[in-house]
Design a protein around this ligand. Structure first.
Ligand code: SAM
Length: 218
């Protein structure tokens, strides 16, 4: 289905992006294949389309960004997505991360607090044929209706880990979330082991703030 788009003018730029994320240490071939297929240029505004395959975050409106490709790849690799995994994303933004997860065969649920971003992301996800379940709301409290999740990915930075997200993880499930100040954060990867959590920390990221009941104040 994506072939016509993929064979277009952005093919060589997309290949350069993939070479770069491999070079930066991404090894999960399922992540790499998904990023080879999903047309990132369709998730950015016309103003920035010429920069769609740069390894940088880009504006998507309402002071928000589509995340940097390397960050998307790393967070997705840390989630350890399998075909059929049930994944919750907090922070739909452009819909690109949701498309990568859906391309990998995950069942994707995603929450965005800005209705206009949600509406735009739905249009493009539908156009590409990705069956993603989405809603407008405060993702800091998770989405209890569909819990537990095999993975939860938070694409905005929180001051501390929202407890509802940990509560909604399945046994063995992973929560990937940036935690820190408004200026700099570390990526935390929680793995549920019964009532305990293993925690891995990856240093030095910069995300837009996670705003909500269990996040920063808006
Ligand atoms: N995953 C996105 C993508 O692929 O384009 C990147 C999104 S951007 C870095 C983070 C998003 O989180 C923004 O769209 C922002 O509006 C959203 N956000 C912030 N706080 C939120 C909350 N409490 N619930 C849901 N979305 C939130």
């Amino acid at each position: 289905m994506l072939n016509n788009i993929q064979n277009g003018r952005y093919k060589s730029e997309r290949k350069e992006m993939i070479d770069l994320i491999r070079h930066r240490g991404i090894t999960d071939e399922n992540v790499i294949q998904a990023m080879e297929k999903v047309p990132r240029h369709l998730f950015v505004s016309d103003l920035f389309v010429h920069r769609a395959y740069e390894d940088s975050a880009l504006p998507i409106g309402v002071s928000q960004t589509i995340s940097q490709p390397y960050t998307v790849a790393l967070m997705t690799q840390e989630l350890q997505v399998r075909k059929g995994s049930k994944i919750l994303e907090v922070g739909t933004g452009s819909g690109y991360q949701a498309a990568i997860l859906a391309e990998m065969g995950a069942r994707v649920f995603t929450i965005e607090r800005h209705m206009e971003l949600l509406t735009e992301s739905r249009k493009i996800l539908d156009k590409l044929g990705y069956a993603v379940v989405s809603k407008c709301g405060d993702g800091t409290i998770g989405w209890n209706e569909f819990a537990p999740y095999d993975g939860i990915i938070v694409t905005a930075a929180a001051p501390e880990t929202p407890k509802p997200l940990l509560d909604q993880l399945a046994e063995g499930g992973k929560l990937v979330i940036p935690i820190g100040t408004l200026d700099i954060q570390d990526l935390y990867v929680y793995t549920r082991k019964k009532d305990k959590f293993e925690i891995k920390q990856i240093y030095g990221f910069k995300f837009v703030p996670l705003i909500g009941k269990k996040g920063w104040r808006g």
